[in-house]
Design a binder for this molecule. Structure first.
Ligand code: FNR
Length: 376
């Protein structure tokens, strides 16, 4: 339970409420909005007025928001009514949203993604098969026009298609920049295309994109390079879930894999590395007897800012910053239910509970109607 009355120490908390730089940006506090797919575009994957209001509600002067996973091409879609950034109309929709967030003084990155095998033919152009590094049967669902449905087994990407997909991330980066975003975060986490290449449970390729850790990391590194070439290193970030099992992921040696990836990322001078901690019960690899990999490990390797996420409350977030394993903390579910989360944390106020039923899809209910804290 959150306490009602904040101590002076909490109000002046040097961890959560002190400023910090991220790339060229000056951020005023460390309570970050995690990227959260909400499936509210209503049609055409174009950001709309509902979304503008949602992000504006969560904007604070000098605060930092990471906008939801946004597909870089129509083939990258895994969730009906999730946004894209590959058409002029989508770019324009984002531009309006970014301007509104900036007017509130907040900074905002866009998370770029490709769902890869976590998709369904009803979401694909021409009802085609989803794409993935290899064809490995898996237990996943996609958010289709008819609700949650088992994914359609993907086909394997040809090498020329891999190169084309890398380019799509570059084009999306250029569009995000044109839309006015402060930067872009590559979604390399949670079992989507980039992660599918990284982990050997889903990548069985025998060419230069599969096999060794170096080969499995090639796709991610080519994508990051392309993104950096379309903007600059300090405007690009990467999110990883080194211990995540979500979307049926597995790897035989995550510590070696993610240590290598992190080391390689140093050469780009990224804005930050975003690490999903092995804290969310039931979604990490510990059960298989594999030591979970967390920011505590990657901190020793990565020469830049680290955002940690996953299962944090105010005190847990303050603690990880104090210990030095991370610089900022991203909040998902609590930020969904509490548009004024930074204010509540700063003042030790109680939180609204979240409603899972309205996480994905629908209208303003469970999206725009969570109350701000009001003094009695
Ligand atoms: C997520 N998460 C997520 N992660 C991501 O990288 N891109 C995304 O678009 C989404 N979408 C998403 C939607 C919803 C409804 C939830 C609940 C989660 C994961 C999210 O960013 C975060 O890592 C987790 O929610 C764990 O953090 P909390 O909720 O424990 O603070």
């Amino acid at each position: 339970m959150e306490s009602q009355i904040a101590t002076d120490e909490q109000i002046n908390d040097p961890g959560l409420f002190s400023p910090i730089s991220v790339g060229p940006l000056n951020i005023s506090h460390r309570v970050v909005l995690a990227p959260l797919t909400r499936m509210r575009t209503v049609s055409g994957s174009v950001p709309n007025d509902l979304m503008v209001k949602y992000y504006v509600q969560r904007s604070t002067p000098g605060g930092f928001l990471i906008a939801e996973a946004t597909q870089v091409s129509s083939r990258g879609n895994g969730y009906f009514n999730s946004p894209g950034i590959f058409t002029d109309e989508q770019e324009t929709g984002w531009k309006t949203l970014v301007e509104a967030v900036h007017a509130k003084g907040s900074l905002i990155f866009l998370q770029l993604y490709h769902a890869g095998r976590v998709s369904h033919s009803s979401l694909q152009p021409d009802d085609g098969l989803p794409l993935g590094p290899s064809v490995v049967p898996h237990q996943n669902v996609a958010g289709t026009p008819n609700g949650w449905e088992a994914t359609t087994l993907n086909r394997m990407l040809e090498v020329d298609e891999i190169k084309e997909t890398v380019k799509e991330f570059g084009k999306a980066t250029a569009r995000a920049r044109a839309a006015g975003f402060d930067g872009v975060e590559l979604h390399g986490a949670n079992g989507y295309l980039v992660d599918q290449f990284l982990q050997n449970g889903s990548n069985k390729r025998t060419d230069s994109y599969g096999g060794s850790i170096e080969n499995r990391s090639r796709f991610l590194l080519e994508v990051v390079e392309e993104m950096v070439n379309n903007w600059s290193g300090n405007r690009v970030a990467v999110r990883l879930s080194p211990s995540g099992r979500f979307n049926d992921m597995s790897d035989s040696d995550p510590l070696a894999l993610f240590s290598y990836v992190t080391e390689q990322l140093n050469k780009f001078g990224l804005a930050y590395l975003h690490v999903i901690e092995p804290r969310v019960v039931g979604s990490y690899m510990e059960k298989e007897g594999i030591e979970p990999v967390a920011s505590i490990h990657l901190r020793k390797i990565f020469k830049g800012r680290i955002i940690a996420a996953g299962g944090f409350d105010r005190d847990g977030a303050a603690a990880i910053i104090k210990k030095g394993h991370a610089d900022l903390v991203a909040f998902g579910r609590h930020f969904i239910a509490n548009p004024d989360l930074p204010y509540r944390y700063r003042h030790g106020l109680p939180l609204n509970p979240y409603d899972r039923e309205t996480f994905y899809g629908g209208n303003e209910i469970g999206y725009l109607d969570y109350p701000f804290f009001q003094e009695d």
